[in-house]
Structure formats: structure tokens, C-alpha cells
Design a protein around this ligand. Structure first.
Ligand code: NAD
Length: 437
């Protein structure tokens, strides 16, 4: 059945996403996948636009009695393949275009690993470090109440992202449960285990990054044992990825960075000591580690250009750009963060023969275990940690192999293959459902 007619091509999602912005990158990658598929213009126009967007002004009472108003967003990019799924980010640079880009990435990520979800994202423009715990709780509860019309276990299911975590999801779930009059576990994932969270969720994204790195190395004929790894960003994703690669696969993690410092030791960092330092330090930062001279303190930008076997950008977007792509000396880049490589940089890396495992595959471990959490919540039947790990491993390895095989058949790099597979799945769902009414 053909349900879609020709539409004006390239309908812009916002008037003009800023050059080099995450949305510009996401749309350029999407367009290139649509070109490979020779996708119908109408389907392309649908996939380029989020289905639904909400901006909210979130007032909270500060501890000193004054009132501050923060801007929050929730964007549902696509529900063609299932309920929209995506995290909530608290960061001073959050804006509508960033949330649109991240929502689109979620649609493609869920499609490429074949989860029955669409994509969404949310965020509040705020520096959470400047708010007390009480202020953060009030912000989260008010934001949750204001985006509630979009949410629901069958409609749109939030999760943690940058600067949000289990505690944020507990507040969000409690707020919605109070408003609905009953416990609504399946409204969010990434919750504490006592509230219906899943075993293995907090480590899931980092574990997935480690699995993706090892799968790629093995296909390149390289044994991960002893290979050098640099990780930018030592938060949830970076910490688990670094520790799992070292402890379970014998990799040598030689460099780590966060907003406060960048550490380097070519003989390998003492990860247990660094991780313990970060867990107990104010703000959970690297700052203050290694003052006895056991490591070199380097510039954050220099970590990206170290000569290492594997580079894992696991901090924020737009870190590998046209300005530094020529200087990257890693053999393989595994994208722990969402959108760490700009479209222009990607082309440079490809020309230089650097293999990139794209974000929508490499960091899909989080949404895979979020899917398991949602399934467990709906069934009120909970799995053990080993079962979660085993299911995560098999789901991610199967997706990796599908992308790898598709790349081989089509002569694509991994990112193009992942995007083409994902866009094809989303487009097929839209096409087969047809246009309502
Ligand atoms: P987080 O807030 O726990 O950690 C982010 C880390 O990056 C912190 O150590 C921070 O200090 C560091 N950082 C920030 N800016 C930096 C910079 N310019 N240079 C170096 N370090 C910097 O966040 P997270 O949950 O680990 O998420 C990291 C990335 O992974 C984000 O892009 C996020 O969207 C993506 N991601 C996260 C998940 C998840 O389950 N948490 C899932 C998929 C993708």
C-alpha cells in the first residue's frame, strides 16, 4: 500500500539549525541515510520532524524564599515503532534544537537495536550544581507535572541522562504516581531497584560501550588484552566502560578526563583508586586525584589526540570536530556519548581510515536495559543481574552483527550502515501503519 505522496523535500525541523550544532549533524546524517535508501520524499519529511514538542516554564521556590523560572522541554520524535523513549538532561546548554537532535537519535537507536520503542528526549536548561538537593527535587517534581500530558507507560517513558540519575527518576515517578493516585512504575526507567528499577541498569550503557568496543576490535583481528584506551568523561558511562574494559577484557586504560581534570599514565591508570576517589570527592570529580605525581595532568583537549588503540568520548556532544579530527591518533573510536563527532569530522575520520562505532550502536546498552526494566515493571516480575547481563550482551551483539554485516554488504562505514538500517525500519513502520485519518 502506498500511503505517501510527494511532499516538498527537506522541510526544515527548525528554521536553520546552527552550523556544527548537534541538530545539524543529526539531520545531515539522517539525510545521508535517506539518500542511500532513495527514501520517498514524504517519508523523509515525516522522519525529519519530531511528532510533538512541548516547552514549559518551570517555576520553583528557592531555599532563600525567592522564585526562579527554568525552561524545560520534552520532544517526541517518533512513536511509529512503539512508545517514545528517551532521557531527561539537566544542563545549562540544553535548548530545543539539542533536545530535538537527541530525540531523533533515540528513535534511530531503538530501531537499530530493534527495540519496540520510538524516540523522545527531555531537558531543563539549568546548571544543577548551583541548586540544592531540595531545589533540584522541587524542579524535578514541577517539570514532571508539567510534561505529564505527554508521558505514560504506553506513550512516553523518560530515563536519566546527563546530570540526572536514579534519584531524579524516583522523584519523577513519585510525582506522577501521586497525581494518578496509584504507583506507576512503568512511567520511567533508570529508577532505584527498590522502586522497580532493573538490576544492571546503572552499568548498562558503559557495559554496552565495552561490548561494542570488543566486538569491533575482534572483527579487526585485535585481541583487546593489553590494548590502550582513553576515555573522555568519567561519569556514569565513562566509569563503567573504563572499569569493565580493564577488569573483564584486560584493556589498559591510560587516560581519563572530566570537567575538572584529565589524567594520563602510559603504563595504565590505577582505575580502582581513581574510581574510589571520584565516588567520594565533592561533585564526584577527578580534581584532586594524583597530586602525589603518580599521573600526568594533561589538557582535556589533548586526551582526544593521544596515540591509543581505542578512544571513547563519553562526555558530551561535538567533541571531535573539523578542528581536531586530523589530529586524532586512535585506531578505533567508540562513541559512548551521544553525538560526540560532528558530520564534518566524521568525513575526515573516514578518509583517514579511523573506525568509528557510532553512538546509536555503541551506547545503546542503556536503552536496552531500560526496555528490560519497562518489561519487568509491566509484568511485576523481576530478573536477576546475570539474566539482565546475558540478555543485554545477546541483544547488543546481535545488533552489532546486523550492522556489521549490512555495512559489508552495502560497502558502508558503520555509522552509515547503522543509520540506513534504522531509518529503513522506522520508514517501514510508518509506511505499513499508513497515514491517519
Ligand atoms: P554524567 O553526567 O554521568 O557524566 C558526564 C561526564 O562527562 C562527567 O564526568 C563530566 O565531568 C564529563 N564532562 C562533561 N563535559 C566534559 C568535557 N567538555 N570534557 C571532559 N569531560 C566532560 O553523564 P552520562 O550519563 O555518563 O552521559 C554521558 C554521555 O553519554 C552523554 O552524551 C549522554 O547523552 C550519553 N548517554 C548516556 C546514557 C546513560 O545511560 N547514562 C545512555 C546513552 C547515552
Amino acid at each position: 500500500m502506498t500511503v505517501l505522496t510527494k511532499a516538498p523535500p527537506q522541510v526544515p525541523v527548525s528554521s536553520t539549525p546552527a552550523r556544527g550544532s548537534m541538530l545539524a549533524t543529526a539531520l545531515a546524517q539522517l539525510d545521508s541515510a535517506c539518500d542511500c535508501l532513495k527514501l520517498d520524499d514524504g517519508l523523509r519529511a515525516i522522519i525529519r520532524q519530531p511528532e510533538r514538542e512541548l516547552t514549559v516554564a518551570v517555576p520553583i521556590r528557592r531555599d532563600d524564599g525567592t522564585v526562579s523560572v527554568f525552561t524545560g522541554y520534552r520532544v517526541q520524535h517518533s512513536s511509529a515503532r512503539g512508545p517514545c523513549k528517551g532521557g531527561i538532561r539537566y544542563h545549562p546548554r540544553v535548548d530545543m534544537d539539542e533536545v530535538r537532535a537527541l530525540a531523533m537519535l533515540m528513535t534511530l537507536k531503538c530501531a537499530v537495536v530493534n527495540l519496540p520503542f520510538g524516540g523522545a528526549k527531555g531537558g531543563v536548561t539549568v546548571d544543577p550544581a548551583l541548586l540544592s538537593d531540595g531545589e533540584l527535587e522541587r524542579l524535578t517534581r514541577r517539570y514532571a507535572a508539567m510534561i505529564l500530558p505527554l508521558l505514560g507507560g504506553k506513550r512516553d517513558i523518560p530515563a536519566p541522562d546527563v546530570n540526572t540519575g536514579e534519584r531524579t527518576m524516583a522523584w519523577l515517578m513519585d510525582t506522577i504516581s501521586m497525581l494518578e493516585g496509584h504507583l506507576v512504575r512503568e512511567i520511567a526507567t533508570g529508577k532505584p531497584i527498590a522502586l522497580g528499577g532493573s538490576e544492571g541498569r546503572s552499568e548498562a550503557t558503559g557495559r554496552g560501550v565495552a561490548i561494542a568496543a570488543v566486538e569491533m576490535l575482534r572483527r579487526l583481528g585485535r585481541d583487546p588484552q593489553g590494548l590502550s584506551v582513553a576515555v573522555q568523561g568519567f561519569g556514569n558511562v565513562g566509569q563503567y566502560a573504563a572499569n569493565i574494559l580493564a577488569a573483564e577484557y584486560g584493556c589498559k586504560v591510560v587516560a581519563l578526563s572530566d570537567v575538572s581534570d584529565a589524567l594520563h599514565n602510559p603504563n595504565g591508570l590505577d582505575l580502582q583508586a581513581v574510581t574510589a576517589h571520584v565516588r567520594h570527592s565533592p561533585g564526584h570529580l577527578l580534581a584532586g586525584y594524583g597530586l602525589n605525581g603518580c599521573v600526568d595532568h594533561i589538557a582535556n583537549a589533548d586526551l582526544l589526540t593521544l596515540e591509543v588503540d581505542v578512544l571513547i568520548p563519553a562526555a558530551i556532544e561535538n567533541q571531535i570536530t573539523a578542528q581536531n579530527a586530523d589530529d586524532i591518533r586512535a585506531g578505533v573510536i567508540v562513541e559512548g556519548a551521544n553525538g560526540p563527532t560532528t558530520f564534518e569530522a566524521d568525513a575526515i575520520l573516514k578518509d583517514r581510515g579511523i573506525t568509528v562505532v557510532p553512538d546509536i550502536v555503541a551506547n545503546a546498552g542503556g536503552v536496552i536495559v531500560s526496555y528490560f526494566e519497562w518489561v519487568q515493571d509491566l509484568q511485576s516480575f523481576f530478573w536477576g543481574a546475570e539474566e539482565v547481563r546475558a540478555q543485554l550482551g545477546s541483544t547488543l551483539r546481535r545488533a552489532f552483527q546486523e550492522v556489521w554485516a549490512f555495512a559489508g554488504r552495502g560497502g558502508y562505514d558503520m555509522r552509515t550502515a547503522a543509520y540506513v538500517l534504522a531509518v529503513d525500519r522506522v520508514a517501514s513502520a510508518i509506511q505499513q501503519r499508513g497515514l491517519f485519518p
